[in-house]
Design a protein around this ligand. Sequence first.
Ligand code: ADP
Length: 478
Amino acid sequence: MKVLFAAAEGSPFVKTGGLADVIGALPKALIAQGVDARIMLPKYKTIPERYVSAMRFVGHTEVPVGWRSAYCGLFELEHEGVTWYFLDSEYYFGARDGSLYGHYDDGERFAFFNRAVLQLLPLADFQPDLIHAHDWHAGMIAPLLTRHYRHDPFYARIRTIYTIHNLRYQGVFPYSILDELLGLDAGYFHPDRLEFNGGVSFMKGGIVYADCVTTVSRTYADEIRTPYFGEGLDGALRARGYALTGIVNGIDEESYNPAADTCLAHNYRTGLTKKLANKGALQRELGLRRSNKTPLIGMVTRMTAQKGLDLIAHVLHELMAQDDVQLVVLGSGEPHYEGLFGATAQHYADKLAVYIGFDECLARRIYAGSDLFLMPSQFEPCGLSQMIAMRYGSVPIVRETGGLKDTVLAYEEDTGEGNGFTFANYNAHDMLYTIRRAASLYRQPEHWKRIVASAQRGDYSWRESASRYKELYGQVLS
Ligand code: ADP
């Protein structure tokens, strides 16, 4: 079975969030189960030079972009047993500074990318049985395949799967993109097809046209069929009925392994002794008071409303002023959240450390050095951070939504079961109460050892989920 992944980011080459982790890990897990999985990504400027210099140039071709065509080169790199293809366009990706998305011409950039994925397959000499497209950036592959490529025998039998990693980001662009950039006629501008609130939606392209649609946890698959979580697309999702399934993400256990993680001050497998040494190192690194007794809460997050930062904003002073806890926050995103955390940290210098930015190694030291990991998300399609945290023995405090609900089980003092702390309502004081309960159990070693052990024992690998994808691929192909 041959599967091509098409996505806008992938670890270790480019990453802004969990999508990159998935693209970096799932193909490996599929290959281990006998699937020939490969990946196509844009060749961004920010890909580190050590990878770029190892890439092999395969060739180039012209990609139709509306009435004209644009150069696209193809590079190939074998990395940890996986074949990655990089689509090279200086104009759209290679010469762009700054973030991966959010450019004024994202519609054009990703229209090009979607078309280029299809156009370059023959050059790659890879004829997949299935294209597995991820998130809005690859949402137009299915409609483009149907409209422009089906008649060609090379493409005639290719099936498509579309995975929603986050329904909030939809890639909606003006009507003009349809004809001018995608080469699709006005018939596609229909509520049952690509039209969305007067624009053209990449996300809808994947949802409506792929042979099968998945998302990254069972609970999120249920949630997004409702108006509250559906971001205006719940109707389109309900219309797909059983073609929409939820398969929970895993984490790359080789990469996120506290026993071998080179970012850590002290490597460890299980237990608390070495973990406490990491906590001490983190407190020193970030200028916090050295204390084993004070529970240290970690956060590594994109700073957006989705992540529940409004709840934290509401009770941050209360928590800092009244409780013997420390909080370490690493993240970047919306300026008002960055400002809020930055400013509050100045009031509580020995208890609150805030690092605005993206730092892979610091993130890992926070997973290793924190006792608790806070994720009070408003919604969370899957969430990887809570699983990474558990693998590193940092006990999650989460709101019961999406993948957080599916992966974190509330600790019960009576039975000793559970691997974290949860609350249901999107309410700041429910969160605060849960943080306080967690902090109090932290001070009761007989409970604490049990919770940490159960968090660390969990299976967060891709094995089970990769086999579910493989099964689904089989169903789609048959
Ligand atoms: P999302 O994809 O919504 O951002 P996930 O929990 O699925 O959330 O995945 C987030 C991933 O990105 C994790 O690997 C997390 O460690 C990483 N991450 C998020 N923010 C940062 C940051 N500022 N620095 C380093 N890593 C980060």
